[in-house]
Design a binder for this molecule. Sequence first.
Ligand code: TYD
Length: 205
Amino acid sequence: MRKKSRFITLEGIDGAGKSTHIKKISDWITNQGEEVVCTREPGGTPFGEKLREMVLHEKMDIMSETLLMFAARNEHIKTVIEPALNQGKWVLSDRFTDASFAYQGGGRGVNWDILTTLATWVEARTPDLTLLFDIDPTIAQQRVAQSTAQPDKFEQEQRYFFDRVRNAYLERARNNPDRIVVINSAANLTDLKTTVINILNERLA
Ligand code: TYD
Protein backbone atom coordinates (compact mmCIF):
# COMPACT_ATOMS: atom_id res chain seq x y z
CA MET A 1 0.00 0.00 0.00
CA ARG A 2 1.29 3.45 -0.92
CA LYS A 3 1.98 5.70 2.05
CA LYS A 4 -0.39 8.58 2.71
CA SER A 5 1.30 11.80 1.68
CA ARG A 6 0.31 15.10 3.26
CA PHE A 7 0.36 18.67 2.05
CA ILE A 8 0.94 21.31 4.73
CA THR A 9 1.02 25.07 4.16
CA LEU A 10 2.09 28.00 6.30
CA GLU A 11 0.41 31.38 6.01
CA GLY A 12 0.32 34.79 7.66
CA ILE A 13 1.02 38.44 6.97
CA ASP A 14 4.61 39.61 6.48
CA GLY A 15 6.36 39.61 9.86
CA ALA A 16 4.02 37.01 11.38
CA GLY A 17 7.02 34.72 11.88
CA LYS A 18 5.81 31.64 10.00
CA SER A 19 9.22 30.89 8.43
CA THR A 20 10.78 30.43 11.89
CA HIS A 21 8.83 27.17 12.24
CA ILE A 22 9.76 25.46 8.97
CA LYS A 23 12.78 23.54 10.32
CA LYS A 24 10.91 22.31 13.38
CA ILE A 25 7.93 21.16 11.34
CA SER A 26 10.10 19.40 8.77
CA ASP A 27 12.02 17.67 11.62
CA TRP A 28 8.68 16.54 13.10
CA ILE A 29 7.66 15.03 9.74
CA THR A 30 11.03 13.26 9.36
CA ASN A 31 10.61 11.87 12.88
CA GLN A 32 7.33 10.31 11.73
CA GLY A 33 9.45 8.32 9.27
CA GLU A 34 8.24 10.35 6.29
CA GLU A 35 10.17 12.14 3.56
CA VAL A 36 9.43 15.85 3.23
CA VAL A 37 9.92 18.43 0.50
CA CYS A 38 10.16 21.99 1.86
CA THR A 39 9.26 24.65 -0.63
CA ARG A 40 7.82 28.15 -0.94
CA GLU A 41 5.64 30.50 -2.95
CA PRO A 42 5.97 32.54 -4.98
CA GLY A 43 8.84 30.37 -6.21
CA GLY A 44 9.67 26.75 -5.55
CA THR A 45 10.98 26.15 -9.10
CA PRO A 46 13.73 27.91 -11.13
CA PHE A 47 11.03 29.55 -13.28
CA GLY A 48 8.93 30.45 -10.24
CA GLU A 49 11.92 32.02 -8.49
CA LYS A 50 12.44 34.30 -11.52
CA LEU A 51 8.80 35.32 -11.34
CA ARG A 52 9.20 35.86 -7.58
CA GLU A 53 12.01 38.35 -8.22
CA MET A 54 9.77 40.25 -10.61
CA VAL A 55 6.55 40.16 -8.66
CA LEU A 56 8.17 41.14 -5.35
CA HIS A 57 10.19 44.04 -6.70
CA GLU A 58 8.55 45.53 -9.79
CA LYS A 59 5.53 47.77 -10.05
CA MET A 60 2.77 46.23 -12.14
CA ASP A 61 -0.97 46.11 -12.62
CA ILE A 62 -2.84 44.10 -9.97
CA MET A 63 -4.10 41.53 -12.47
CA SER A 64 -0.58 41.04 -13.83
CA GLU A 65 0.59 40.45 -10.26
CA THR A 66 -2.22 37.95 -9.72
CA LEU A 67 -1.52 36.08 -12.94
CA LEU A 68 2.21 35.88 -12.19
CA MET A 69 1.47 34.42 -8.75
CA PHE A 70 -0.66 31.76 -10.41
CA ALA A 71 1.85 31.17 -13.24
CA ALA A 72 4.53 30.47 -10.63
CA ARG A 73 2.03 28.30 -8.72
CA ASN A 74 1.09 26.31 -11.80
CA GLU A 75 4.74 25.42 -12.44
CA HIS A 76 5.21 24.64 -8.74
CA ILE A 77 2.19 22.33 -8.63
CA LYS A 78 3.02 20.50 -11.84
CA THR A 79 6.76 20.02 -11.33
CA VAL A 80 7.26 19.91 -7.54
CA ILE A 81 4.15 19.50 -5.40
CA GLU A 82 2.14 16.86 -7.28
CA PRO A 83 5.16 14.69 -8.22
CA ALA A 84 6.31 14.67 -4.57
CA LEU A 85 2.85 13.83 -3.22
CA ASN A 86 2.42 11.12 -5.85
CA GLN A 87 5.67 9.56 -4.63
CA GLY A 88 4.26 9.42 -1.11
CA LYS A 89 6.36 12.34 0.17
CA TRP A 90 5.03 15.09 2.38
CA VAL A 91 5.14 18.67 1.11
CA LEU A 92 5.58 21.68 3.37
CA SER A 93 5.05 24.96 1.55
CA ASP A 94 5.75 28.42 2.91
CA ARG A 95 2.57 30.02 1.44
CA PHE A 96 0.15 28.69 -1.18
CA THR A 97 -3.24 29.64 -2.67
CA ASP A 98 -4.60 31.18 0.56
CA ALA A 99 -1.93 33.87 0.15
CA SER A 100 -3.47 34.93 -3.17
CA PHE A 101 -6.90 35.24 -1.55
CA ALA A 102 -5.38 37.24 1.30
CA TYR A 103 -2.93 39.50 -0.57
CA GLN A 104 -4.41 39.88 -4.07
CA GLY A 105 -8.00 39.37 -2.86
CA GLY A 106 -8.03 41.10 0.52
CA GLY A 107 -5.08 43.43 0.07
CA ARG A 108 -5.54 44.49 -3.54
CA GLY A 109 -9.24 43.90 -4.00
CA VAL A 110 -9.20 41.22 -6.70
CA ASN A 111 -12.54 39.43 -6.82
CA TRP A 112 -12.50 36.08 -4.98
CA ASP A 113 -14.44 34.43 -7.83
CA ILE A 114 -11.57 35.22 -10.20
CA LEU A 115 -9.10 33.75 -7.72
CA THR A 116 -11.24 30.65 -7.30
CA THR A 117 -11.32 30.22 -11.08
CA LEU A 118 -7.54 30.63 -11.33
CA ALA A 119 -7.03 28.15 -8.48
CA THR A 120 -9.25 25.65 -10.28
CA TRP A 121 -7.45 26.32 -13.54
CA VAL A 122 -3.99 25.49 -12.11
CA GLU A 123 -5.55 22.50 -10.29
CA ALA A 124 -4.37 23.76 -6.92
CA ARG A 125 -5.12 21.00 -4.47
CA THR A 126 -6.49 21.83 -1.05
CA PRO A 127 -3.83 21.43 1.65
CA ASP A 128 -4.45 18.82 4.36
CA LEU A 129 -3.46 21.35 7.00
CA THR A 130 -2.78 25.09 6.95
CA LEU A 131 -1.19 26.87 9.89
CA LEU A 132 -2.21 30.52 9.89
CA PHE A 133 0.16 32.63 11.99
CA ASP A 134 -2.02 35.51 13.06
CA ILE A 135 -0.69 38.75 14.48
CA ASP A 136 -1.54 42.44 14.78
CA PRO A 137 -0.10 44.22 11.71
CA THR A 138 1.54 46.88 13.91
CA ILE A 139 3.65 44.26 15.69
CA ALA A 140 4.36 42.50 12.39
CA GLN A 141 5.53 45.74 10.78
CA GLN A 142 7.89 46.41 13.70
CA ARG A 143 9.37 42.93 13.26
CA VAL A 144 9.84 43.46 9.51
CA ALA A 145 11.49 46.86 10.11
CA GLN A 146 13.94 45.28 12.57
CA SER A 147 14.82 42.23 10.50
CA THR A 148 14.69 43.36 6.87
CA ALA A 149 17.29 45.72 5.40
CA GLN A 150 15.66 45.96 1.98
CA PRO A 151 11.91 45.44 2.24
CA ASP A 152 10.13 44.13 -0.88
CA LYS A 153 7.06 45.67 -2.54
CA PHE A 154 4.63 44.00 -0.15
CA GLU A 155 6.65 44.69 2.98
CA GLN A 156 6.54 48.41 2.09
CA GLU A 157 2.74 48.46 2.14
CA GLN A 158 0.83 50.50 4.72
CA ARG A 159 -0.85 49.18 7.85
CA TYR A 160 -4.36 49.30 6.33
CA PHE A 161 -3.17 46.99 3.53
CA PHE A 162 -2.10 44.40 6.12
CA ASP A 163 -5.36 44.85 8.03
CA ARG A 164 -7.18 43.80 4.88
CA VAL A 165 -4.78 40.90 4.23
CA ARG A 166 -5.18 39.70 7.81
CA ASN A 167 -8.97 39.94 7.67
CA ALA A 168 -9.05 37.97 4.42
CA TYR A 169 -6.90 35.25 5.99
CA LEU A 170 -9.22 35.10 9.00
CA GLU A 171 -12.24 34.89 6.70
CA ARG A 172 -10.59 31.97 4.88
CA ALA A 173 -10.06 30.34 8.28
CA ARG A 174 -13.71 30.85 9.25
CA ASN A 175 -14.79 29.30 5.94
CA ASN A 176 -12.39 26.34 6.28
CA PRO A 177 -12.36 25.51 10.00
CA ASP A 178 -11.33 21.87 9.51
CA ARG A 179 -8.26 22.78 7.48
CA ILE A 180 -6.96 26.15 8.71
CA VAL A 181 -5.70 26.42 12.29
CA VAL A 182 -5.25 29.98 13.52
CA ILE A 183 -2.22 30.42 15.78
CA ASN A 184 -1.67 33.49 17.93
CA SER A 185 1.74 34.53 16.67
CA ALA A 186 2.18 37.24 19.29
CA ALA A 187 2.80 34.55 21.94
CA ASN A 188 6.38 33.95 23.05
CA LEU A 189 8.44 31.74 20.77
CA THR A 190 8.77 28.79 23.16
CA ASP A 191 4.99 28.60 23.65
CA LEU A 192 4.47 28.99 19.92
CA LYS A 193 6.79 26.11 19.10
CA THR A 194 4.92 23.90 21.59
CA THR A 195 1.58 24.94 20.08
CA VAL A 196 2.75 24.06 16.56
CA ILE A 197 4.00 20.62 17.62
CA ASN A 198 0.78 19.94 19.56
CA ILE A 199 -1.28 20.76 16.45
CA LEU A 200 0.85 18.42 14.32
CA ASN A 201 0.50 15.64 16.90
CA GLU A 202 -3.28 16.11 17.12
CA ARG A 203 -3.92 16.44 13.40
CA LEU A 204 -1.31 14.38 11.61
CA ALA A 205 0.54 11.89 13.83
P1 TYD B 1 7.35 35.90 2.15
O1 TYD B 1 6.76 34.56 2.00
O2 TYD B 1 6.92 36.68 3.33
O3 TYD B 1 8.89 35.71 2.04
P2 TYD B 1 10.02 36.43 2.89
O4 TYD B 1 9.88 35.82 4.23
O5 TYD B 1 11.26 36.05 2.13
O6 TYD B 1 9.70 37.90 2.84
O7 TYD B 1 7.15 36.86 0.88
C1 TYD B 1 6.38 36.60 -0.17
C2 TYD B 1 5.47 37.78 -0.45
O8 TYD B 1 4.63 37.45 -1.55
C3 TYD B 1 4.55 38.13 0.71
O9 TYD B 1 4.57 39.52 0.91
C4 TYD B 1 3.19 37.73 0.24
C5 TYD B 1 3.29 37.76 -1.25
N1 TYD B 1 2.39 36.81 -1.91
C6 TYD B 1 1.26 37.27 -2.55
O10 TYD B 1 0.99 38.48 -2.56
N2 TYD B 1 0.43 36.39 -3.19
C7 TYD B 1 0.68 35.05 -3.23
O11 TYD B 1 -0.10 34.28 -3.82
C8 TYD B 1 1.86 34.58 -2.57
C9 TYD B 1 2.19 33.12 -2.58
C10 TYD B 1 2.68 35.49 -1.92
